[in-house]
Design a protein around this ligand. Structure first.
Ligand SMILES: Cc1ncc(COP(=O)(O)O)c(C=O)c1O
Length: 485
């Protein structure tokens, strides 16, 4: 059928499916109608895409250049459109009769996924045997739910404590717990009573709680390993100490496992692996298998009932949480993770990968300031580019741009990675947990070639085409403006 609105330039779904919407045109439209400044900056560096699937672990660009994909911000546990899920989804679309958005009625897919999640958590932390789940459609929404559960449990208390370099999302509540001035400043005042304590420092946390008075603290919200913060692993004893201190004072502990959970760091729940038994666990990213949007807030029963008890059971709700397709894909994803014990594989491959990075750091100390990793979550922190004959304003820019220029050089070396945006000079890898061994090894071979080409941080700059650096500098110095159309 042809469009009934031929003159309005409407694009038909089939045009996209059949790739008649050419990549350059898609990029132009995305710039024009979407987040133009972000895509423009990435486009200058050749990182804007669109990218297309070759297989679950490799993507290609419009020129047909193939790259191993270790990006996806830890939300792609089985890579791009994994057959295990696409086949299941075909089956689901053919056979499922349960309603799409059960909302206030019972839904078999939501029921099954809720039961499995609680049973899985209780296997690691038996005190969660009777916990309950609230489903939503993103990580930030899972955190919003967690904050409300905690506040309803301790209505007289007024402080939430999160940690330096932490990341919990960008809606108002979660943003208030994400102490990054770039994200927060223009939106002040934020949720009142959101305070920050230094990550990994138990004494500082205890001192802060003592100063506030423990009864005044609603909750402590913690990532068991910080992802956006640059893969920061807290010192041994931090999480378990935090847990016992908060328990003693009745303070709710919220473990944000949105990035770490379900195997990414080599454990089902990183908090449990580090000896923490949180009251609330948030999950999202991998739960939707990289195909659907699923978030979950798992809550101890009394806390759950306090907010959603009796006539107040509609105090917190949403339209899409618990939708059949999302829950079904979540159920199959979790099953696939369990059937193959991917957390164990992640732990083993993670050791290999970290050893490769550590060897590279020893060989190229002028390139890598630090490397970190736990399971299939890796960070490369680059040395500052020192001694450059540049005016100080440009030096600052180059300093800030180290990670993004490194990302581009890695892209040239045919590895797609991510930044860690609440950290400095960090590029992060979060490959699929089921990436074949040969692809995984090849990925580190390519990173080695990247390091050979850039034996020091300065090389990252000198290897960037000067015209590109100049365009980037001009872009960074310019005011937002319409760049397309
Ligand atoms: C630890 C953590 N919490 C929360 C979020 C927010 O998740 P979303 O982007 O789905 O809102 C993220 C996303 O990166 C995260 O890493």
């Amino acid at each position: 059928m042809t469009s009934r609105f031929p003159d309005a330039g409407f694009i038909r779904a089939d045009d996209v499916l059949q790739e008649r919407l050419r990549p350059a045109e898609a990029r132009r439209l995305d710039l024009q109608y979407g987040n133009e400044e972000l895509l423009y900056g990435l486009d200058l560096l050749g990182l804007a895409g669109p990218f297309y699937r070759v297989n679950p672990w490799e993507l290609e660009d419009e020129a047909g250049v193939r790259r191993i994909n270790a990006s996806g911000y830890a939300a792609m546990p089985f890579g791009e459109m994994p057959p295990v899920l696409t086949e299941f989804m075909r089956d689901f679309l053919e056979k499922n009769r349960a309603m799409g958005l059960p909302q206030q009625s019972s839904g078999p897919w939501r029921a099954a996924l809720g039961a499995n999640l609680v049973r899985l958590l209780a296997r690691e932390l038996p005190s969660h045997a009777d916990s309950q789940v609230f489903f939503c459609s993103s990580g930030t929404e899972a955190i919003e739910g967690a904050m409300k559960f905690a506040k309803a449990w301790r209505p007289k208390a007024k402080y939430f404590i999160s940690f330096s370099s932490g990341y919990h999302g960008k809606t108002y509540g979660s943003l208030s717990l994400t102490p990054n001035p770039e994200y927060q400043d223009i939106f002040r005042p934020l949720v009142p009573g959101a305070l920050t304590s230094p990550y990994g420092n138990l004494e500082a946390l205890q001192a802060l709680i003592r100063r506030l008075g423990p009864d005044n603290v609603v909750a402590v919200v913690v990532e068991p390993i910080q992802g956006e913060g640059g893969v920061n692993i807290p010192p041994a004893g931090f999480l378990s100490g935090l847990g016992s201190y908060c328990r003693k004072h009745g303070i709710v502990v919220i473990a944000d496992e949105i990035q770490t959970g379900l195997g990414r760091t080599g454990h089902w729940f990183e908090s449990a692996a580090q000896g923490l038994d949180p009251d609330i666990v948030t999950l999202a990213k991998p739960l939707g298998g990289g195909m659907t949007a699923v978030g979950a807030t798992i809550v101890r029963q009394p806390i759950y009932k306090k907010m959603l008890g009796g006539l107040s059971s509609k105090r917190h709700s949403n339209t899409f949480g618990g939708g059949a397709l999302a829950m079904a894909v979540g159920l199959r994803s979790l099953e696939y993770l369990m059937d193959n014990d991917f957390p164990a594989r992640s732990l083993a491959l993670g050791e290999q990968g970290l050893a490769r990075l550590q060897a590279l750091q020893r060989r190229f100390p002028k390139l890598f300031e630090a490397v970190r990793g736990q399971g299939m979550l890796f960070a490369m922190q680059f040395q500052p580019m020192v001694g450059l004959p540049l005016p100080s304003v440009l030096k600052e820019l180059v300093f800030e741009a180290t990670a993004i220029l490194a990302l581009r050089e890695m892209h040239e070396a045919k590895v797609m990675a991510n930044l860690s945006l609440s950290s400095k000079r960090v590029v992060r890898l979060s490959p699929a947990l089921d990436m074949p061994q040969a692809t995984f090894t090849e990925m580190f071979d390519r990173i080695e070639r990247f390091a050979q080409r850039n034996p020091s941080s300065r090389h990252i700059l000198t290897n960037t085409p000067p015209a590109m650096t100049a365009q980037l500098a001009a872009f960074a110095a310019s005011k937002p403006k319409k760049r397309t159309g």
